[in-house]
Design a protein around this ligand. Sequence first.
Ligand SMILES: [Zn+2]
Length: 310
Amino acid sequence: MSRSRLLYSLVLVLLVVIPFMASHAQKAMGKKVPVATEPEGDKETPPAAESKPLAPWQTLSGDGEPTTIRAVRFGASSRSPMSIVKRGNLAITEGDMVVGSYEHVMNAISKESVIRDPYLKWPKVDGKVVVPYKVHPSLPRQAQAALQQAIAEFNAKTCVRLIPQTREKDFVTVFFGQGCYSYVGNIHNGEQELSLGQGCEFKGTAVHELMHALGFYHEQSRPDRDQFITINFQNIGRGMESQFDVCRDCTTQDIPYEYASIMHYGAQAFTNNGRDTMVPKQRGARIAEPYDKPGLTALDVKKLHKLYQC
Ligand SMILES: [Zn+2]
């Protein structure tokens, strides 16, 4: 082989090998890039300053327009439409409920498979509903205090016992993520995350997110909600109308609709002009954000006890 021919072959080989190696290096590096579900602020100290309360829907910064999927909700027997927004690698519905990883949800839809097991409750031990939890080191002090107040409320008023996780397989990790959100129910997947991010460090918010983790949806998506509130669609941000979809197949548990429920969003949820998006049909009634509420109402406790048969 002539010298120039050898040189030519060498160049050809390098031309093929270098991009190949580069793409592999990128993939390997890509694996190390933290995904959005992973706690943020691991290394940085989270802000300690007083933060302005944010409602869960205000922390929603979805990537693009919502997509409507059909999913089986906790406690429901059939699939109903659910509007999801992509946030990082999570699929979120109604501002603060995690449906699953976006990729998983999208794959499940294309395969027409069911998104979730509809009956995922926490186990009962000696008549108490046991929810093991872990506090991630990323959680700022203020959020930790809010979480502890919420836990004290559950432990005092209900049959739910939030206990520090030791050997239990399924548990909730509370961390400082992007916004306030939780999975609905026990997803039976080992560790499941509950985020109390910036603006979420309030007792009411912590109680609200823990109620999601216990298996509850929003009060304003109950099948009977149109008898109690008027939705002003003209005040809702574009593309966000579907966040007010009613869960037709969800049960009301034969418990009255309640504006004061910790699971009811505030009157301005998803507003795009500062005006109310939800108007109570009952005169003089006020609908506050979860962070503005003292905690569980008597009816919230009743719902919980009915679901878990306490
Ligand atoms: Zn919520």
